[in-house]
Design a protein around this ligand. Structure first.
Ligand SMILES: Nc1ncnc2c1ncn2[C@@H]1O[C@H](COP(=O)(O)OP(=O)(O)OP(=O)(O)O)[C@@H](O)[C@H]1O
Ligand SMILES: [Mg+2]
Length: 275
Protein backbone atom coordinates (compact mmCIF):
# COMPACT_ATOMS: atom_id res chain seq x y z
CA UNK A 1 0.00 0.00 0.00
CA UNK A 2 1.37 3.43 -0.90
CA UNK A 3 1.95 5.89 1.93
CA UNK A 4 -0.60 8.30 0.45
CA UNK A 5 -3.27 5.57 0.35
CA UNK A 6 -2.43 4.61 3.94
CA UNK A 7 -2.93 8.20 5.10
CA UNK A 8 -6.22 8.47 3.18
CA UNK A 9 -7.62 5.31 4.83
CA UNK A 10 -6.59 6.60 8.27
CA UNK A 11 -8.14 9.98 7.64
CA UNK A 12 -11.39 8.34 6.41
CA UNK A 13 -11.49 6.28 9.59
CA UNK A 14 -10.86 9.36 11.73
CA UNK A 15 -13.70 11.21 9.99
CA UNK A 16 -16.05 8.25 10.45
CA UNK A 17 -15.19 8.08 14.13
CA UNK A 18 -15.88 11.79 14.56
CA UNK A 19 -19.17 11.42 12.73
CA UNK A 20 -20.40 8.35 14.64
CA UNK A 21 -19.17 9.58 18.01
CA UNK A 22 -21.03 12.86 17.52
CA UNK A 23 -24.22 10.87 18.15
CA UNK A 24 -23.29 10.46 21.79
CA UNK A 25 -23.08 13.43 24.11
CA UNK A 26 -20.99 12.25 27.05
CA UNK A 27 -18.14 9.85 26.38
CA UNK A 28 -16.31 8.74 29.49
CA UNK A 29 -13.58 6.17 30.03
CA UNK A 30 -12.90 3.99 33.03
CA UNK A 31 -9.21 3.41 33.62
CA UNK A 32 -6.73 2.15 36.18
CA UNK A 33 -3.05 1.32 36.07
CA UNK A 34 -3.85 -1.87 37.92
CA UNK A 35 -5.63 -5.06 36.96
CA UNK A 36 -8.47 -6.58 38.92
CA UNK A 37 -9.53 -3.47 40.84
CA UNK A 38 -13.04 -3.51 39.38
CA UNK A 39 -12.93 -1.31 36.27
CA UNK A 40 -15.27 -3.59 34.35
CA UNK A 41 -17.62 -3.98 37.29
CA UNK A 42 -17.77 -0.20 37.76
CA UNK A 43 -18.20 0.45 34.00
CA UNK A 44 -20.99 -2.10 33.64
CA UNK A 45 -22.89 -1.14 36.78
CA UNK A 46 -22.48 2.59 36.21
CA UNK A 47 -24.00 2.11 32.74
CA UNK A 48 -26.99 0.37 34.30
CA UNK A 49 -27.37 2.99 37.02
CA UNK A 50 -27.41 5.76 34.39
CA UNK A 51 -29.91 3.78 32.28
CA UNK A 52 -32.13 3.32 35.36
CA UNK A 53 -32.34 7.09 35.51
CA UNK A 54 -33.65 7.21 31.96
CA UNK A 55 -30.44 8.09 30.13
CA UNK A 56 -29.61 6.39 26.83
CA UNK A 57 -26.40 4.54 27.49
CA UNK A 58 -23.90 2.59 25.40
CA UNK A 59 -20.94 0.68 26.77
CA UNK A 60 -17.83 -0.30 24.86
CA UNK A 61 -15.61 -3.11 26.06
CA UNK A 62 -12.18 -1.89 24.95
CA UNK A 63 -10.41 -4.75 26.73
CA UNK A 64 -9.65 -6.89 23.70
CA UNK A 65 -7.82 -9.68 25.55
CA UNK A 66 -9.70 -9.69 28.83
CA UNK A 67 -13.24 -8.81 27.79
CA UNK A 68 -15.59 -8.92 30.79
CA UNK A 69 -18.47 -6.55 30.06
CA UNK A 70 -20.68 -9.24 28.45
CA UNK A 71 -20.15 -11.42 31.53
CA UNK A 72 -20.90 -8.58 33.96
CA UNK A 73 -24.14 -7.90 32.09
CA UNK A 74 -25.11 -11.58 31.66
CA UNK A 75 -24.83 -11.50 27.87
CA UNK A 76 -22.12 -13.98 26.94
CA UNK A 77 -24.45 -15.91 24.66
CA UNK A 78 -25.34 -12.90 22.52
CA UNK A 79 -23.55 -12.03 19.25
CA UNK A 80 -23.12 -8.90 17.15
CA UNK A 81 -24.80 -8.69 13.76
CA UNK A 82 -24.32 -6.14 11.04
CA UNK A 83 -26.42 -4.48 8.38
CA UNK A 84 -25.39 -2.25 5.48
CA UNK A 85 -24.91 0.71 7.86
CA UNK A 86 -22.57 -1.04 10.23
CA UNK A 87 -22.15 -3.35 13.20
CA UNK A 88 -25.22 -3.46 15.45
CA UNK A 89 -24.68 -3.15 19.21
CA UNK A 90 -26.12 -5.92 21.36
CA UNK A 91 -29.07 -4.72 23.39
CA UNK A 92 -28.52 -5.43 27.06
CA UNK A 93 -30.45 -4.93 30.30
CA UNK A 94 -32.37 -1.64 30.69
CA UNK A 95 -31.78 -0.94 26.99
CA UNK A 96 -28.03 -0.43 27.37
CA UNK A 97 -26.24 -0.93 24.03
CA UNK A 98 -23.18 -3.13 24.35
CA UNK A 99 -20.24 -3.36 21.98
CA UNK A 100 -17.52 -5.94 22.63
CA UNK A 101 -15.08 -7.58 20.29
CA UNK A 102 -15.66 -10.80 22.23
CA UNK A 103 -19.27 -10.85 21.06
CA UNK A 104 -18.00 -11.22 17.48
CA UNK A 105 -16.16 -14.47 18.14
CA UNK A 106 -17.60 -17.87 17.26
CA UNK A 107 -17.10 -18.82 20.86
CA UNK A 108 -16.46 -16.39 23.75
CA UNK A 109 -13.60 -18.50 25.12
CA UNK A 110 -11.45 -18.16 22.00
CA UNK A 111 -8.38 -15.99 22.68
CA UNK A 112 -7.75 -12.92 20.55
CA UNK A 113 -4.06 -13.11 19.68
CA UNK A 114 -3.31 -9.60 18.47
CA UNK A 115 -0.40 -7.26 18.98
CA UNK A 116 -0.66 -3.54 19.67
CA UNK A 117 -1.22 -2.09 16.17
CA UNK A 118 -3.97 -4.62 15.44
CA UNK A 119 -5.70 -3.86 18.72
CA UNK A 120 -5.57 -0.13 18.02
CA UNK A 121 -6.98 -0.69 14.55
CA UNK A 122 -9.75 -2.89 15.97
CA UNK A 123 -10.77 -0.22 18.49
CA UNK A 124 -10.81 2.45 15.80
CA UNK A 125 -12.88 0.19 13.53
CA UNK A 126 -15.39 -0.36 16.34
CA UNK A 127 -15.68 3.37 17.00
CA UNK A 128 -16.11 4.04 13.28
CA UNK A 129 -18.18 1.09 12.07
CA UNK A 130 -20.61 0.40 14.90
CA UNK A 131 -24.07 1.85 14.36
CA UNK A 132 -23.89 3.72 17.66
CA UNK A 133 -27.35 4.80 18.70
CA UNK A 134 -28.08 8.45 19.50
CA UNK A 135 -27.37 8.64 23.17
CA UNK A 136 -26.46 10.47 26.31
CA UNK A 137 -23.55 8.34 27.53
CA UNK A 138 -20.84 6.09 26.19
CA UNK A 139 -18.91 4.34 28.96
CA UNK A 140 -15.61 2.83 27.80
CA UNK A 141 -14.10 0.01 29.85
CA UNK A 142 -10.32 -0.13 29.38
CA UNK A 143 -7.90 -2.96 30.12
CA UNK A 144 -5.37 -2.39 32.93
CA UNK A 145 -2.58 0.06 32.23
CA UNK A 146 -1.99 2.89 29.85
CA UNK A 147 -1.11 0.91 26.73
CA UNK A 148 -2.38 0.75 23.17
CA UNK A 149 -6.09 0.60 23.97
CA UNK A 150 -6.07 3.64 26.27
CA UNK A 151 -3.85 5.63 23.89
CA UNK A 152 -6.11 4.78 20.95
CA UNK A 153 -9.22 5.88 22.82
CA UNK A 154 -7.82 9.24 23.93
CA UNK A 155 -6.42 9.92 20.46
CA UNK A 156 -9.53 8.81 18.56
CA UNK A 157 -12.27 10.48 20.62
CA UNK A 158 -11.35 14.13 20.75
CA UNK A 159 -14.27 15.19 22.93
CA UNK A 160 -14.00 12.70 25.77
CA UNK A 161 -15.89 14.28 28.65
CA UNK A 162 -13.79 12.61 31.26
CA UNK A 163 -12.06 9.70 32.90
CA UNK A 164 -12.91 7.79 36.04
CA UNK A 165 -9.88 6.24 37.71
CA UNK A 166 -10.58 3.10 39.70
CA UNK A 167 -8.42 2.07 42.59
CA UNK A 168 -8.51 -0.34 45.51
CA UNK A 169 -7.20 0.29 49.01
CA UNK A 170 -3.56 -0.66 49.18
CA UNK A 171 -0.21 0.98 48.58
CA UNK A 172 0.69 -1.08 45.53
CA UNK A 173 -2.42 -0.06 43.68
CA UNK A 174 -1.91 3.55 44.81
CA UNK A 175 1.43 3.81 43.00
CA UNK A 176 0.17 2.17 39.85
CA UNK A 177 -3.07 4.11 39.81
CA UNK A 178 -1.03 7.32 39.99
CA UNK A 179 0.34 6.38 36.57
CA UNK A 180 -3.19 6.19 35.20
CA UNK A 181 -4.02 9.59 36.69
CA UNK A 182 -0.91 11.11 35.14
CA UNK A 183 -1.83 9.53 31.80
CA UNK A 184 -5.31 11.09 31.94
CA UNK A 185 -3.95 14.51 32.86
CA UNK A 186 -1.21 14.42 30.19
CA UNK A 187 -3.77 13.33 27.59
CA UNK A 188 -5.84 16.43 28.38
CA UNK A 189 -8.86 14.35 29.32
CA UNK A 190 -10.82 15.86 32.23
CA UNK A 191 -10.28 13.77 35.35
CA UNK A 192 -13.77 13.27 36.78
CA UNK A 193 -12.38 11.68 39.91
CA UNK A 194 -11.41 8.49 41.67
CA UNK A 195 -13.53 5.49 42.60
CA UNK A 196 -12.22 3.38 45.42
CA UNK A 197 -13.60 -0.10 44.90
CA UNK A 198 -13.43 -3.00 47.37
CA UNK A 199 -13.08 -0.25 49.94
CA UNK A 200 -14.44 -2.11 52.96
CA UNK A 201 -16.74 -4.94 53.93
CA UNK A 202 -19.82 -4.30 56.03
CA UNK A 203 -20.74 -7.51 57.76
CA UNK A 204 -24.47 -8.16 57.41
CA UNK A 205 -24.41 -10.02 60.74
CA UNK A 206 -23.49 -7.03 62.91
CA UNK A 207 -23.03 -4.06 60.53
CA UNK A 208 -19.38 -3.90 61.61
CA UNK A 209 -17.07 -2.45 58.93
CA UNK A 210 -13.85 -4.32 58.09
CA UNK A 211 -11.03 -2.98 55.92
CA UNK A 212 -10.09 -6.29 54.37
CA UNK A 213 -7.73 -4.95 51.70
CA UNK A 214 -6.00 -2.48 53.96
CA UNK A 215 -5.94 1.24 54.50
CA UNK A 216 -8.21 3.38 52.33
CA UNK A 217 -6.14 5.53 49.96
CA UNK A 218 -8.81 7.07 47.70
CA UNK A 219 -9.13 10.22 49.77
CA UNK A 220 -5.35 10.82 49.77
CA UNK A 221 -4.99 10.15 46.05
CA UNK A 222 -7.86 12.52 45.30
CA UNK A 223 -6.37 15.37 47.30
CA UNK A 224 -2.88 14.69 45.90
CA UNK A 225 -4.18 15.14 42.36
CA UNK A 226 -6.63 17.93 43.14
CA UNK A 227 -9.62 15.79 42.24
CA UNK A 228 -12.54 14.18 44.07
CA UNK A 229 -13.24 10.79 45.50
CA UNK A 230 -16.39 9.97 43.55
CA UNK A 231 -17.38 6.87 45.50
CA UNK A 232 -16.23 4.20 47.88
CA UNK A 233 -17.70 0.89 46.81
CA UNK A 234 -17.70 -1.89 49.39
CA UNK A 235 -16.84 -5.52 48.84
CA UNK A 236 -20.02 -7.47 48.35
CA UNK A 237 -20.05 -11.29 48.04
CA UNK A 238 -23.36 -10.98 46.19
CA UNK A 239 -21.40 -9.68 43.18
CA UNK A 240 -19.89 -13.14 42.77
CA UNK A 241 -23.31 -14.73 43.22
CA UNK A 242 -24.83 -12.52 40.53
CA UNK A 243 -22.03 -13.50 38.14
CA UNK A 244 -22.61 -17.18 38.85
CA UNK A 245 -26.30 -16.74 38.05
CA UNK A 246 -25.41 -14.82 34.88
CA UNK A 247 -27.28 -11.75 36.15
CA UNK A 248 -26.18 -8.11 36.37
CA UNK A 249 -25.54 -7.43 40.06
CA UNK A 250 -27.26 -4.01 40.17
CA UNK A 251 -30.50 -5.51 38.88
CA UNK A 252 -30.27 -8.80 40.78
CA UNK A 253 -29.41 -7.10 44.09
CA UNK A 254 -30.73 -3.53 43.89
CA UNK A 255 -30.45 -3.14 47.67
CA UNK A 256 -26.91 -4.54 47.83
CA UNK A 257 -24.33 -2.31 49.53
CA UNK A 258 -22.33 -1.97 46.31
CA UNK A 259 -25.50 -1.19 44.30
CA UNK A 260 -26.19 1.75 46.61
CA UNK A 261 -22.62 3.00 46.16
CA UNK A 262 -22.86 2.65 42.36
CA UNK A 263 -26.08 4.66 42.29
CA UNK A 264 -24.47 7.42 44.29
CA UNK A 265 -21.53 7.30 41.86
CA UNK A 266 -23.98 7.82 38.99
CA UNK A 267 -25.52 10.79 40.86
CA UNK A 268 -22.08 12.27 41.35
CA UNK A 269 -21.19 11.90 37.66
CA UNK A 270 -24.48 13.53 36.71
CA UNK A 271 -23.86 16.35 39.17
CA UNK A 272 -20.41 16.99 37.64
CA UNK A 273 -21.43 16.72 33.98
CA UNK A 274 -24.96 18.12 34.37
CA UNK A 275 -26.42 16.51 31.24
N1 LIG B 1 -16.84 -4.39 45.16
C1 LIG B 1 -16.64 -5.64 44.84
N2 LIG B 1 -16.97 -6.66 45.71
C2 LIG B 1 -16.79 -7.96 45.37
N3 LIG B 1 -16.29 -8.36 44.20
C3 LIG B 1 -15.94 -7.41 43.30
C4 LIG B 1 -16.11 -6.02 43.56
N4 LIG B 1 -15.72 -5.33 42.47
C5 LIG B 1 -15.31 -6.23 41.57
N5 LIG B 1 -15.44 -7.48 42.06
C6 LIG B 1 -15.06 -8.73 41.40
O1 LIG B 1 -13.65 -8.71 41.26
C7 LIG B 1 -13.25 -9.27 40.03
C8 LIG B 1 -12.44 -8.25 39.25
O2 LIG B 1 -13.30 -7.18 38.88
P1 LIG B 1 -13.21 -6.57 37.41
O3 LIG B 1 -13.15 -7.63 36.39
O4 LIG B 1 -14.27 -5.54 37.30
O5 LIG B 1 -11.78 -5.84 37.54
P2 LIG B 1 -10.96 -5.14 36.37
O6 LIG B 1 -10.22 -4.02 37.00
O7 LIG B 1 -11.84 -4.80 35.24
O8 LIG B 1 -9.97 -6.29 35.96
P3 LIG B 1 -9.04 -6.33 34.65
O9 LIG B 1 -7.88 -5.44 35.00
O10 LIG B 1 -8.66 -7.75 34.51
O11 LIG B 1 -9.82 -5.79 33.50
C9 LIG B 1 -14.53 -9.68 39.31
O12 LIG B 1 -14.77 -11.04 39.54
C10 LIG B 1 -15.60 -8.82 39.98
O13 LIG B 1 -16.86 -9.42 39.95
MG1 LIG C 1 -11.74 -5.35 33.22
Amino acid sequence: MSQARGFRILSDLTNQIRDRMSRIKYKIMVISGKGGVGKSFVSAMLSLALAEKGYRVSIMDADIHGSSIPTMLGLTNMRHYADEEGILPVEGPLGVSIVAMNLMLDSPDLPIVWRGPLKSKAIMELLAKVKWPQGDFLVIDLPPGTGDEAITIVQSIKDLKGAIVVTAPNILSEVIVSKAINFVVKSNVPLLGIVENMSYFKCPCNNQVYYLLGRSTGEELASKYGTRLLARIPLDPLIGEALEKNLPYLIAYPEGEASKAIRSLAEEILRILQP
